[in-house]
Ligand binder design. Structure first.
Ligand SMILES: Nc1ncnc2c1ncn2[C@@H]1O[C@H](COP(=O)(O)OP(=O)(O)OP(=O)(O)O)[C@@H](O)[C@H]1O
Length: 254
């Protein structure tokens, strides 16, 4: 499925947050959104997912969702948002509960989502027993359980340490190689953006506007940590953001 947003503008009361943002995400494409703190990245993601209605502009999808998709668009959050009183399988089952599925089908979906995220042996574990990386794998498995076409990821790796982040990035590369999942990936981390994205949209400081688009040419599976070409692209991105980030940093909180 393709996702497109056309001329999105949004304010919170007197605060203009997004201004005239248009973007498209083709089927299977990973589009990262980067920009200074507070420039409206999460707001844009919420608008793309229909959690928030923009003051102006429109969001549309095009194409058929995967067979038996229960929800074409779903989220992965930074803080995992797991229920501590449910097992791993119980957390993955959560979004299935609003759909009346036969037990066998429900169990098959959970098994598949756990297998795709390397969690098959952890179905009965409790969130408190898991490392941060494993918790986020549960977050991703839960998102996959609805068989989405479009994944909206809000800083999914930023609560993790550097090594775990590397492992999860490898997982995300494999996940995308295995299917047609379109993804919008919001991050502060420019290294993540250049490792994972097909295209990177750079937002200006608030109100966020798209000020640049960077396309990554190296195939995702060939990108490695500390690759000098990727590091150069991350530096170029930082050059685009730096001044806005400094301004945003100096801004007084209302
Ligand atoms: N529900 C809300 N009501 C009022 N203001 C909000 C609301 N949500 C966000 N904001 C404000 O809108 C601006 C954009 O917030 P948003 O979280 O979208 O930015 P962001 O780019 O994701 O930020 P960060 O990089 O810090 O995660 C911020 O100034 C924030 O304080």
């Amino acid at each position: 499925m393709n996702l497109s947003a056309s001329r999105i503008s949004h304010n919170y009361g007197p605060l203009p947050v997004l201004a005239d943002v248009s973007l498209t995400v083709a089927s299977g494409e990973v589009v990262a959104v980067v920009g200074p703190s507070g420039c409206g990245k999460s707001t844009l993601l919420r608008i793309l997912g229909g959690l928030e209605r923009p003051d102006a502009g429109a969001v549309a999808t095009e194409g058929e969702p995967p067979a038996r998709s229960l929800n074409p668009i779903t989220y992965v959050f930074q803080d995992f948002a797991l229920l501590p009183w449910r097992t791993v399988a119980g957390n993955v089952a959560l979004p299935l509960e609003e759909h009346s599925l036969p037990t066998a089908e429900r169990d098959a979906i959970i098994r598949d989502a756990l297998a795709r995220t390397g969690l098959s042996d952890f179905a009965k574990a409790w969130p408190r027993q898991l490392s941060g990386g494993m918790k986020q794998r549960v977050g991703i498995a839960r998102a996959l359980a609805v068989r989405p076409a479009i994944l909206l990821m809000d800083e999914p790796l930023s609560a993790l340490d550097g090594q775990t982040r590397e492992l999860l990035m490898d997982d995300l590369v494999a996940l995308h190689a295995a299917g047609d999942l379109s993804t919008v990936y919001v991050t502060h981390n420019l290294d993540e953006a250049v490792r994972l994205a097909d295209r990177i949209l750079v937002l200006s400081r608030r109100p966020g506007r798209i000020r640049a688009e960077v396309r990554l040419e190296t195939p995702r599976a060939e990108r490695r940590p500390a690759d000098p070409a990727l590091a150069a692209q991350a530096r170029e991105l930082w050059d685009l953001i730096r001044e806005d980030a400094a301004e945003a940093d100096r801004e007084l909180v209302a």
